[in-house]
Design a protein around this ligand. Sequence first.
Ligand SMILES: Nc1nc2c(c(=O)[nH]1)N[C@H]1C(S)=C(S)[C@@H](COP(=O)(O)O)O[C@H]1N2
Ligand SMILES: [Mo]
Length: 319
Amino acid sequence: MLIKPAPDIRSSEITDKVTYLNRRAFIQTAIGGLAIGALAGEATVKAQQPAAHGRKFENIRRSNLSTTETPNTWQQITTYNNFYEFGVDKKDAATYSKTLKTSPWTIATEGEVTRPAVLHLEEVLKGRALEERIYRHRCVEGWSMVIPWIGFPLLDLIAQLQPTSKARFVEFTSLSDPSQMPGVRASYLRWPDTEGLRLDEAMHPLTILAVGLYDEVLPNQDGAPIRLVVPWKYGFKSIKSIVRIRLLEQQPVGAWQREAPQEYGFYANVNPTVDHPRWSQAKEVRLPGFFKNRPTQMFNGYGDQVASLYAGMDLKRNF
Ligand SMILES: Nc1nc2c(c(=O)[nH]1)N[C@H]1C(S)=C(S)[C@@H](COP(=O)(O)O)O[C@H]1N2
Ligand SMILES: [Mo]
């Protein structure tokens, strides 16, 4: 391990995020750690354009669950990312994730399911109807975008797994491969990244597994080949590059919650009235804007559809 932050700075460094991490040291780690120095000369981030690789999905159904707000551009969505497995800077994922091997890809489905299995992604997608879902995306750090995902309801996959009567929660785990992911070689998070949802949240029709963006195969930096999207929660719940889905009786602890429980709760519902301990959540900046001048909406504007999931709960305590 080349970077060893003191344990007492761990929670603050990973959060707004990783303010305290020595960026230069990280870059040296990342570049030095690559088997070939091919990326070392890369000074600027260039987004792949959809036309360049042409891996388009056909027959996408346009969902009526989409927002009518104008989506961000491909360029914006693919060059400003949080994907700590590739680094802590917003540009790192676009720069360092190009070599992530996304095929073949398997997802282990385990726990409180009738038939645990290792699913091949191709099989998961075979014959499956894919939809475009244009969703608002609100990061806990205060920025938001509008993203045209391609995916399918997580509900469909969970139903296929046949949860046992004990299943109450779903835990997701990301790939955590130090040989492909320079950030995993650093110790600012205890890898792998994990996240959890209550089973009813996971089975809500708004919750999708995304495999594409703008009718194209998902770019690596956005969580290829398959990532979760839960639009009424802060972005960190939408975990990327999923390799395991486990149904559980007990509530799991997500990676960010484990690192800094006072800052990141299990629910992480977008909520303008519950501030992050170190900043207000009342407003947000819609990228590529500069000013935090947009009022944050309760449940990121999806309250009509999801508020009933939390009826009777104290959302200040269950943040
Ligand atoms: N595995 C993994 N998933 C992740 C993250 C991460 O660092 N690692 N970052 C999260 C955060 S904080 C946000 S805001 C979104 C960002 O998704 P985007 O880069 O596609 O916009 O991914 C989430 N999923
Ligand atoms: Mo985030």
